[in-house]
Design a binder for this molecule. Structure first.
Ligand code: HEC
Ligand code: HEC
Length: 426
């Protein structure tokens, strides 16, 4: 008798298991989710050059800050802060100090899979953009744009959109250049940096004829693309057919991601991003992009009404390593993110200023400004993208399962020891 019950139990769980796998596999197909292809080149000369440059403070004219200061692999290729501290501050996660530095209006994005060749825009508002149809770039520097760019010798060598991006932080007076050199043009800044790198002994073997800032940018981009690629998470193993790579809770979380949570309506495709600019009603904190401390996102670049408060949908692999979240870092962890999506309008209205001030009070010189202007918050809600206009209605348990999927299934195993996975102990 006992034996029969055991067999029955075994077969019913096997069937349940099987049906959740069938369902999830179908969703993976429907939402064209794939494991990203491997980008080769680790250890190559170009990779080594990029690796050295990435942590070289000489890319900052005042020699005080490197790319790594704000995109540190230790903090998930970001800086553990809502808003980055610029040149002149101390960069060390929650032990950072602003000192006399400025702060950036937006959060330092993570760099995971951003060097993938399907990724065509850079920055939260996509202001660096590659147009594949006529092989031109759009950037904040006129001299690099269009068919006949003034700085042709740079533009012509730039290999991809991530390389094009790399030359901008070096030229930004707050991020890397420093106030002392604020009077220079971008072009003059790039020339000085290239000269400095060209004549530095450690780089001798990497220097090629007609060396300029584009060679530096290409190496940086290559290094980032290779080093920060993520394509072997438990979810990727599952996608490739290993159905044991995810636990039952993770699978249920994945189904919520695809179904009731509506996440895959935007986070889909190879990188789990539709690469569109959309409004998800994020509270606005910090100095903002305009004098009224506002940030209207993509609208500031495109001028199109429907882009108001729209920011780029982010790729999600290794996301658990990169807190805080969103364009201004206003959501402190993945629980806060999921709670926000569950009812974006309510979350925006109830956003707690004090929480944030407490968390970061020793880092910034002043309290971080939080926009509570009801008129603007009305528009943030009004521009909510259709899939999340209605609340999701996720229960506490469902939210936890979704967080478990985001944290465990989407994080490379070698990094899982850095995060708490308590949501997965259900
Ligand atoms: C002071 C901090 C800081 C430094 C230094 C810095 N960045 Fe950034 N980085 C940021 C911020 C903030 C953004 C987002 C700005 C925005 O979207 O408006 C960003 C955006 C990016 C992006 C775009 C990613 C995406 O999701 O679109 C890449 C790539 C990047 N940085 C690479 C670099 C490289 C390479 C360097 C060194 C040459 C560098 N960063 C130096 C803070 C920094
Ligand atoms: C309407 C499209 C859309 C839907 C639906 C959506 N997202 Fe997003 N997601 C975005 C956009 C756009 C951003 C960036 C928004 C910003 O910074 O203002 C984002 C950002 C995020 C981030 C932060 C990334 C980072 O680097 O800071 C996480 C995590 C995330 N989404 C998870 C989810 C989850 C989980 C769901 C489902 C509950 C979901 N998203 C549903 C579009 C969407």
């Amino acid at each position: 008798m006992k034996k029969i019950i055991m067999i029955c139990l075994f077969t019913t769980t096997a069937i349940a298991q099987n049906s959740i796998d069938t369902k999830l596999s179908n969703y993976i197909k429907t939402f064209t989710i794939k494991a990203p292809k491997t980008i080769q080149g680790k250890g190559s000369k170009k990779y080594e050059f990029g690796k050295l440059l990435f942590s070289d403070k000489d890319l900052s004219l005042v020699r005080q800050i490197s790319c790594k200061s704000c995109h540190d692999p230790k903090f998930g290729t970001s800086d553990a802060l809502p808003l980055s501290i610029g040149v002149g501050g101390i960069h060390n996660g929650l032990k950072s100090k602003q000192l006399n530095a400025g702060i950036t209006p937006r959060s330092a994005p993570h760099l995971y899979n951003k060097g993938h060749n399907s990724f065509r825009t850079m920055f939260w508002d996509g202001r660096v953009f590659y147009n594949q149809y006529d092989d031109t770039y759009e950037t904040p520097e006129e001299g690099l744009n269009g068919k006949y760019p003034k700085f042709f010798e740079i533009r012509n060598k730039i290999e991809n959109v991530m390389a094009m991006q790399a030359i901008f932080p070096m030229a930004d007076p707050t991020e890397m250049r420093g106030k002392k050199y604020a009077h220079l043009s971008n072009f003059e800044t790039w020339k000085l940096i290239a000269k400095r790198i060209e004549t530095k002994n450690v780089y001798k073997k990497f220097i090629t004829p007609n060396f300029n800032i584009a060679d530096i940018a290409n190496a940086l981009s290559f290094f980032q693309a290779v080093e920060f690629q993520v394509n072997d998470t438990p979810f990727d193993k599952y996608i490739k057919g290993d159905h044991k790579a995810l636990s039952q809770t993770e699978k249920e979380g994945a189904i919520i991601f695809m179904e009731k949570g509506r996440c895959s309506r935007c986070h889909h495709g190879e990188l789990l991003s539709n690469q569109a600019f959309q409004g998800v009603a994020i509270p606005q904190i910090g100095p903002g992009k305009t004098s009224d401390k506002n940030d209207e996102g993509r609208f500031l670049i495109s001028g199109k009404e429907f882009h108001k408060y729209g920011f780029l949908t982010q790729p999600l692999r290794n996301i658990a390593l990169t807190a805080p979240f969103m364009h201004d870092g206003s959501l402190k962890d993945l629980n806060a993110v999921v709670r926000h999506y569950n009812n974006p309008s309510r979350s925006l209205d109830n956003y707690l200023v004090n929480d944030l001030q407490l968390l970061y009070k020793n880092i910034y010189n002043d309290f971080i400004y939080v926009d509570k202007n009801p008129y603007r918050n009305f528009y943030r809600k009004d521009f909510l993208a259709p899939p999340i206009k209605r609340p999701l209605g996720l229960s506490e348990t469902e939210q936890n399962k979704l967080v478990c999927f985001l944290k465990k299934s989407l994080t490379q195993e070698k990094f899982q020891n850095r995060i708490s996975l308590r949501e997965c102990d259900l």
